[in-house]
Design a protein around this ligand. Structure first.
Ligand code: GDP
Ligand code: MG
Length: 225
């Protein structure tokens, strides 16, 4: 089989499993958020700040993907919530089958908010549906404001853009307004949160964004029952 039909087959199989995951998340009232960025943009740090702000009775879980090492899972387990590392061994993205496997050991209903930290890469993860409610693209201010134009697919598919490391803005020639404009040129509906995990600025907007999504799920569940 040539590469294009093979790729199509892989993606349609992925979509089938992702649809099952989405159905399962809907049934169990789980909000699943898929964080995507280049390596080093601050995904794990953002999850650390997020988990540390949750009270222990919150039903939150994390799956974190990397090519090698359990480092990120070790960083995130400190907060007492269930965390599993997915090491892909070379694959540059997570796929729906990996999520299905990783979830198999957790009992249904154990959590109602699931964060997935994807493998650091702005390209491949854009093509893989993981059954998430939203893809979230993280772009740090050291990466250049033109990235939405260079890697449009992930900005097009994301509901939220997190502009991270804003504490570094005084030290780097990053035009934050241009970055926002570029993201909106690709995806006019994209929401944008600017934050720094170092100073904590903007973390409230991030937490509010998540809280609104969780409330949206509850309202939908009430309408269905
Ligand atoms: N100055 C600054 N550095 C940050 C911030 N967030 C993360 N970092 C640093 O960026 C590096 C990569 O962060 P990490 O969370 O591992 O990125 P990931 O690869 O996307 O998970 C680490 O050295 C972090 O300490 C931030 O808000 N400000
Ligand atoms: Mg990480």
């Amino acid at each position: 089989m040539s590469q294009v039909p093979l790729e199509r087959k892989v993606l349609s199989e992925n979509d089938r499993i992702a649809a099952q995951l989405r159905g399962r998340f809907a049934q169990e009232g789980v909000l699943c958020l898929n964080l995507i960025s280049s390596p080093g943009s601050g995904k794990t740090t953002l999850l650390e700040r997020t988990l540390e702000a949750f009270s222990a009775n919150q039903r939150v879980a994390v799956l974190t993907g990397d090519i090698q090492t359990e480092n990120d899972a070790a960083r995130l387990r400190r907060f007492g919530f269930p965390v599993r590392q997915i090491t892909t061994g070379g694959t540059c993205h997570l796929d729906a089958r990996m999520i299905e496997h990783a979830l198999a050991e957790w009992r249904p209903g154990a959590f109602d908010l699931l964060f997935i930290e994807n493998v650091g890469n702005l390209v491949c993860p854009a093509s893989y549906d993981l059954g998430e409610a939203a893809k979230i693209v993280v772009l740090s201010v050291t990466e250049g404001e033109d990235k939405p134009l260079k890697y449009p697919a992930i900005f097009l598919k994301s509901k939220l853009l997190v502009l991270s490391k804003t504490d570094l803005l005084p030290y780097v020639p990053f035009n934050i307004a241009a970055a926002e404009d570029n993201a909106r040129r690709i995806n006019p509906a994209i929401e944008i949160v600017k934050l720094s995990c170092l100073t904590g600025a903007g973390l409230d907007s991030w937490q509010q964004w998540i809280a609104e999504r969780r409330r949206g799920l509850e309202v939908r569940a009430e309408l269905v029952t």
